[in-house]
Write a new protein. Sequence first.
Length: 331
Amino acid sequence: MSQTSVKAVQIDQHGGPEQLKLVDVQVGEPGAGEIRIRHKAVGLNFIDVYQRSGVYALPMPLRLGMEASGVVEAVGPGVTHLKVGDRAAYASQPPGSYSQARVMPAKCVCKLPDAISFETGAAMMLKGLTAQYLLKRTQPQGGLHPGDHVLFHAAAGGVGLIACQWAKAMGLQLIGTAGSDAKCALALEHGAAHAINYSSEDFLARVKDITGGKGVKVVYDSVGKDTWDKSLDCLAPFGLMASFGNASGVVPPFAPGMLGAKGSIYVTRQTLFTHIATRESTQEMADDLFEAVTSGKVKIRIDQRFPLEQVQQAHRDLEARKTTGCTILTL
């Protein structure tokens, strides 16, 4: 089997950004159900921080990265939806996208439409598919309908700016939160109906004011510990608390009885990888995302670009909440 040497980012133990090291690794031929892809750009996501720091503990050594775009170099037995030379993009397990090339499972890799650039493809897959499953597949009792209010935390981030635009296209009244006036302005610019600076305003009081005291049908929360308690109180009766991350820390245990006292509300903890567990569901969701982007309903905003060699700084800026929109690593 032929092997080729490529650069990849690896950690040997959990810790801070200083653990991220650029190393030489060997990449071979794809096996059954696999492809080899030569990356053109790589997406940066908060899940990468969780894996690096040990919030999500994985075996060592670990190559990071869950999202990228590139060109298919080789196709293993049984792969029929891709061929050598195809432009492709993915959000996928296992990690390993912080690299020049890799061998990986083919089921979550999708052909990238010619109208979408490699940089946009790398930036949009994990974040765009997350916005897709949240707004389209993680809905409160009775579904979502034009005019409904939803609360979306971290609305100026990569997932948030996509969700703001997509929610507007669906006719929803998205209330976005962010940590500065500038980030709130960004959320409004991208389609949020309202924006709340949670560092200077009480978002619960503002939500009640905006909704005439009724509350929202669903809260989409990737922040976690810092926003959890007030978010539950933002919900209308039978509302849905959809947790999909914990950027501020893990939510502490709570007594289920409190959900009844707060209006018989629902709580769910979602992950993208449950939704894209099959080739069919991955393609269906990706087709919806591609249509949203190529039609212009959703524009993918890339505000930060770092060479692969500067991955440590990219992680520092992401953790310090210095970033807006999407961040990519360039090769």
